[in-house]
Design a protein around this ligand. Sequence first.
Ligand code: GP9
Ligand code: MN
Length: 628
Amino acid sequence: MGKFLYKLKGFFRFSYILQLSIWAVFLGSLMIKCFYFQFTTRISELPIKTRLNANMLISSFGVLVILAGVIFLIFNRKRNLALFITDLFLSLLLFSDTLFFRYYRNLLSIPVIYNIGAADKLGGSIISLLKPKDIVYVIDLPVIAVLLILISRTGARPVKFLVRAAGALAAAVIGTSCIWYSYSHAYTPAFKLDNNYIARYLGVLYFHFYDTVRFVSDNVLANRNLTAEEKSRIEKFYEEKKARSSGTYLKNAARGRNLIIIQVESLQEFVIGREINGQEITPFMNKLIGESLYFNNIYYQVADGNTSDAEFLANVSLHPLKEGSVFIRYSTNYFPSLPSELKKQGYSTYAFHANKPSFWNRSSMYSSLGFDRFFSGEYYKMELKVGWGISDSTFFRQSLELMDGKSPFYGYFITLSTHFPYNFDYSSLSSLNPGNYKGTLLGDYFQAVNYVDACLEQFFEDLKKRGLYENSMIVIFGDHHAIPRDENGIVARFLGVPDTEFQWARLQKVPLIIHLPGTEHRGVISVTGGEIDIYPTIANLMGIDSRYAMGKDLLNCQKGYAVLRNGSLATDRYIYLNSQGKAFDLVSGKELEPKEYESELKACVEEYEISQLIIKKNAFKHLKLENG
Ligand code: GP9
Ligand code: MN
């Protein structure tokens, strides 16, 4: 009997150890994965030993303990399997977050996952975003699987409900205390401006919890009725904006002309006017700039919607959504826009982009925005594939063939050949020799840009041949960043600047060229602006209405500024970095006193908030603003 009891005790002890091990592996490995995620994405910054990072880990631990408690409470016989599946799910989530973040510098929020159709777009780029170290996301799974098998052999012990309830309660108390502790030490106002701060202060798992609650309250429980108070808040904003706008410089200078806008994929400002190995990277654009209005301080303002956000900014002049693409989430809203204004003036309006029509939900959004026709990938014959699809040279040539040539028209052309990661063999398309940069991401990018520059030159020639050049206004701008933050070191070295947050922020500019053939309207305009200012600037030149535009007319503005997607602010004088809560003088790099920028920052936060409100409540449907 004694022997039997001894054996039995041993048996229980072994199964007890196994059970404890599975909990330990679950908690320990997920903590390591969370830790890895925070630093591989650089959401959390080095040095590791800071109070901020400790709080982030405490909060992550809290979330995991609560989850473990829930599993303990709900599952009895299938408890270990539930642990395994939860581990698998969270690992997959963190892995997806990692890849998505490496490219978009953003977290996978529910609206993004919800519209997963658009997320397949990373496609071939995914491999180039993978790192061998990412193996950490699966390394514990075999251990848990072995433990599961062993436990199934020894027989998992069922636990009484009361014991499970007590355990879950204890986990809930410990978990919430951890989260509460970290939350009370976090700078929570930043949460409203950028999801990344939520993960920086409280960890990526807490972010997913926060995002779920927000999504449910925004979409499932949301009231989309515009209250009287919200309506007057928006009206007040536009009245104040109208009072600020003055000047008539170049008003109507392009009245009645055709409008051609070319949105160039990943075209950043730092390549303009630069040479590599004694060769100009963008010889055509450099020459064109000498004969055009060139805006050299324009920041991109895209968020989750990336390219589609650039289209939204340029055609609607509102800030994009903080989460998800407005093209996908609110394509049924009423948006006064550049194409719809031009349509009122008798223009035919066309959008050209050689990709799937469903991509970024363009087909439905374009009709909401007032484009008569959308020539998507289905209209083009594949002659030459470059990167993601049909080459830009083929795209431009075939686009012109698709047009009926009736004037006046507005054509919006979106290129594709310069899409990240630029690993196409451009040697047959570009004669640029990137020298020391050959084979690097930056070297490949230079060749890609050099290629699109030549395509633009050819497009201008074709426009001339078709008689569509002289009577048009041609606008060229870049949609967003080209080089991920992780790779910025090489750009910083190329430009001879330090690789700091301040310099990185300063580099997030895109070129904006406005060309009026046959006129003397030219010159470099250094006022600070963003993509949001494109529509009102064009409206001034073409003499059309832009009363609902949130941006400013760059040709007639006293104070330049651009509100960036992460809550940072660029002005003619300084850059405020939201991640650091500090502003730096653009010339001296010196930190500014808060009182020097606080009120401007407040106004910009309000601008951003108003924009979100307009989109989420479909406010333009309910507003009748006086002509601006
Ligand atoms: C897809 C193209 C690229 O059609 O516009 O989109 P992006 O990945 O840059 O958002
Ligand atoms: Mn793009």
